[in-house]
Design a protein around this ligand. Structure first.
Ligand SMILES: [Ca+2]
Length: 179
């Protein structure tokens, strides 16, 4: 009986130790206000096109484009309008607590335009539709209260249509913590 107790205590101590290590590894240090929390906002690295940090859903309709907005560097992303899932996503780590955030993206469209969405814990928090043929900044502010384990995903999607064609361009996608 006593041995069982000792085994349990040792097991518990190991579990706490593992949890503590894991916990300290996951601690997110609060970023300074105004900090952009998306690492690859401009879809390029030193002039080379890059989708690092972004998950591409249906790579056949996501392309790099040299058509960029002001200060957009050399490359933007274009996503074709299709009858299906044409989108890219990036997960954003947030500090715990209540903060104001701002999502902003330059975008333009030809034909059927796509959408910009913010997902909080896998539910759509807000969606903006790209309506302009010229490069335009699409933006919205949000207040989020987050606890450990919460996640935010920024999603840029192409247009959705069975019959009509189109292309939506995105660049300089930022998710900033305002305060
Ligand atoms: Ca760019």
């Amino acid at each position: 009986m006593r041995r069982t107790h000792i085994v349990l205590i040792v097991s518990a101590a190991i579990a706490v130790g593992i949890y503590s290590c894991k916990d300290s590894g996951r601690t997110i240090v609060g970023p300074p206000s105004g900090a952009n929390l998306i690492a690859n906002s401009s879809f390029e690295s030193n002039g080379t096109p890059s989708l690092q940090g972004w998950q591409v859903i249906d790579t056949s309709v996501v392309r790099f484009s040299t058509d960029t907005p002001p200060d957009g560097g050399a490359w933007a992303i274009s996503i074709e309008t299709v009858w299906g899932q044409a989108r890219i996503q990036t997960a954003v780590a947030l500090p715990e607590g209540t903060h104001h955030y701002k999502l902003s993206t330059w975008a333009r469209k030809q034909g059927v335009g796509g959408k910009i969405s913010l997902l909080f814990n896998k539910a759509i928090r807000k969606t903006l539709t790209v309506t302009d043929a010229a490069w335009t900044v699409y933006t919205f502010n949000d207040m989020l209260t987050t606890v450990r384990g919460d996640s935010v995903v920024v999603e840029l999607a192409g247009g959705f249509s069975q019959l009509l064609s189109g292309e939506t361009y995105f660049d300089l996608c930022k998710f900033e913590m305002l305060d």
